[in-house]
Design a protein around this ligand. Structure first.
Ligand code: C2E
Ligand code: CA
Ligand code: CA
Ligand code: CA
Length: 283
């Protein structure tokens, strides 16, 4: 047993070392990516689900970062956001995404006029919120790009928003700037419906894991219904994430969810393709 344990120990050490090497590798490549502008931002529409059954295609968009690696191809955020958080590069990536998103948003106002998206959602990570000067940085970016604060929605996960006073303070500072806050991936973390009122958020985004079963599982439908009811009673908006089928859309509409997002409407696309998409919906 001792020998087996020893062998396991060696395997474990090797796995750890390989993981560390992989991380170091991604880290150095990510530094290069920032310097050589391999990162870019795509946008996914967030549509309004009007009570009369119509769809509002200009309700908003969510900005999502992408990495076009010279040899590995398109690297999904899942493969580098975590590393970027650990090595501190997330600040730079976050700054880049925010600046790009605000700039594109303002350009759409000029190009699409009244049909331009009305809200820009940008994801935040814990490390970004931990920067002491972060609120001031956001304010500076808004001023520089002339982005109205009320048109920006910053998205944080449940576990993040529920954390220490420090983070809470930061969220209140952002709210004081007039920025909107959304609770991302709701239902997957540890906070519950009963603690929703403690968080300074305007919008609750119901996680895809609930939405994908909205049409087939009574249990998931009941949870969506309860979330929408509580959110509405607190004056919060709701977004159903990851709608892929018409049946899922019908199901979340039936639960009075205010907005929806998912491949059924559009995959995340580059800025010009988003403009085309909005024009096509209008035609
Ligand atoms: P998220 O904030 O929950 O973003 C939604 C994710 O769901 C996106 O994945 C989007 O492409 C995907 N999605 C949207 N509709 C559907 C659908 O109908 N079906 C399926 N299967 N998926 C759908 P993506 O772009 O790979 O991003 C994954 C996560 O990476 C995001 O989850 C977010 O947590 C993080 N992330 C992305 N961009 C950024 C960023 O700029 N900053 C930070 N801090 N995190 C980011
Ligand atoms: Ca999000
Ligand atoms: Ca989400
Ligand atoms: Ca997520």
């Amino acid at each position: 047993a001792k020998r087996a344990g020893g062998a396991r120990h060696v395997v474990f050490e090797r796995a750890l070392r390989e993981r560390a090497e992989r991380r170091a590798d991604i880290e150095s490549q990510l530094r290069l990516a920032l310097a050589e502008e391999q990162l870019f931002v795509v946008y996914q529409p967030v549509v309004g689900l009007n009570p009369n059954g119509s769809t509002d295609h200009s309700a908003g968009v969510e900005a999502l970062v992408r990495w076009q690696h010279p040899t590995r191809g398109l690297v999904p955020p899942f493969d580098f956001i975590g590393v970027a958080e650990e090595c501190g590069l997330i600040d730079q990536i976050g700054d880049f995404v925010l600046e790009r998103a605000c700039t594109d948003f303002m350009r759409w106002q000029a190009v699409l006029g009244l049909d331009a998206p009305r809200l820009m959602a940008v994801n935040l990570s814990r490390a970004q919120l931990a920067q002491p000067d972060w609120t001031a940085k956001v304010a500076a970016t808004l001023a520089r790009t002339r982005m109205p604060p009320a048109c920006l929605q910053l998205e944080v996960t449940e576990s993040l928003a529920a954390q220490d006073e420090h983070i809470q303070l930061r969220l209140h500072e952002l709210k004081a700037l007039g920025i909107k806050l959304a609770l991302d991936d709701f239902g997957t973390g540890y906070s519950s419906l009963s603690s929703l009122h403690l968080l300074p958020v305007d919008t609750v985004k119901i996680d895809r894991s609930f939405v994908c079963k909205a049409d087939t599982s009574h249990h998931h439908r009941v949870l969506i219904e309860a979330t929408v009811k509580v959110a509405q009673s607190l004056g919060m908006n709701t977004v159903a994430e990851g709608i892929e089928t018409a049946a899922q859309l019908d199901a979340v509409r039936a639960q009075h969810c205010a907005k929806g997002q998912g491949y059924l409407f559009s995959r995340p696309v580059v800025s010009d393709a988003l403009v085309d998409w909005i024009r096509e919906q209008r035609a």
